[in-house]
Design a protein around this ligand. Structure first.
Ligand SMILES: NC(=O)c1ccc[n+]([C@@H]2O[C@H](COP(=O)([O-])OP(=O)(O)OC[C@H]3O[C@@H](n4cnc5c(N)ncnc54)[C@H](OP(=O)(O)O)[C@@H]3O)[C@@H](O)[C@H]2O)c1
Length: 220
């Protein structure tokens, strides 16, 4: 697929590398340092360009910028109507965790910032170092799970496929309103910051869908 990575830093850059390795056509954009952007693109076998050009041809956009820069990045990409957008962001600002509007998940806040996008939240629960080192585990039972949430079923199917291509196992917790279980901060009753393998992730998904508290965090 044609994938634009807006903010190819630790998380976005790693996803870009894994997806390029899987054969996807990856374009990188949104950097303070064009030379570094071009060097990274050359290193992973992708291309570097500006945000508007990157998203113009993309089927999927990975938005992976600091929370405070989401609006700035979107102003540079232009509207993302109809694009599948993978939102990797967590709502951390300079002073730590930022408050969300009452009753909204961070994913819903971002969906409102890009109303026409087919937003799927994912790649946000585990550190970039962990994602880099633990992709493509050989044993399917031990594969690392990346949770996802979104309101567009077809977009979630596409993202689930990309999660597999990147070397992880997808686990769909539901709609954007259900995303809080996979959002910051790390806490009891949430999967944010925790390794999950497929069997334990399935139990989480069942609990979320049934409106029950999720099982205790597994230890491996
Ligand atoms: N790091 C993690 O382990 C982790 C884990 C899960 C989720 N997340 C979330 O994923 C998102 C990206 O995090 P990250 O850690 O990958 O961030 P990062 O390494 O700091 O990358 C930020 C990206 O935005 C670009 N950028 C453009 N203008 C910028 C500016 N003015 N200031 C800062 N960056 C600018 C950076 O490019 P240049 O540096 O080339 O300018 C870089 O590509 C965040 O919302 C974060 O909460 C992070």
């Amino acid at each position: 697929m044609r994938i634009a990575v807006i903010g190819p830093g630790r998380i976005g850059g790693n996803a870009a590398r894994l997806l390029a390795r899987a054969g996807h056509d990856v374009t990188l954009a949104f950097s303070r340092d064009e030379e570094r952007l071009r060097a990274l693109a050359a290193d992973i076998g992708g291309t570097a360009t500006d945000p508007a050009a990157a998203v113009a041809d993309a089927e999927v956009v990975i938005l992976s910028v600091p929370w405070r820069l989401v609006d700035e990045a979107l102003s540079q990409t232009g509207p993302l109507d109809g694009k599948v957008v993978i939102d990797t962001t967590n709502q951390y600002g300079a002073g730590g965790l930022e408050a969300l509007p009452d009753g909204q998940t961070a994913a819903q806040v971002n969906q409102r910032r890009m109303p026409g996008a087919r937003l799927v939240k994912s790649f946000n629960t585990l550190t970039s170092a962990f994602q880099a080192s633990e992709a493509h585990r050989a044993d399917p039972d031990q594969r690392v799970v990346l949770f996802l949430a979104g309101d567009d079923a077809e977009a979630k199917e596409i993202v689930a496929g990309l999660i597999r291509d990147a070397g992880f196992e997808p686990a769909d917790v539901g709609g954007l309103a259900d995303a809080s279980v996979m959002e910051a901060p790390r806490r009891h009753g949430a999967v944010y910051g925790e390794e999950y393998r497929p069997a334990d992730a399935r139990a989480v998904v069942e609990a979320v869908r049934a409106g029950r508290p999720i099982p205790l965090t597994p230890t491996y």
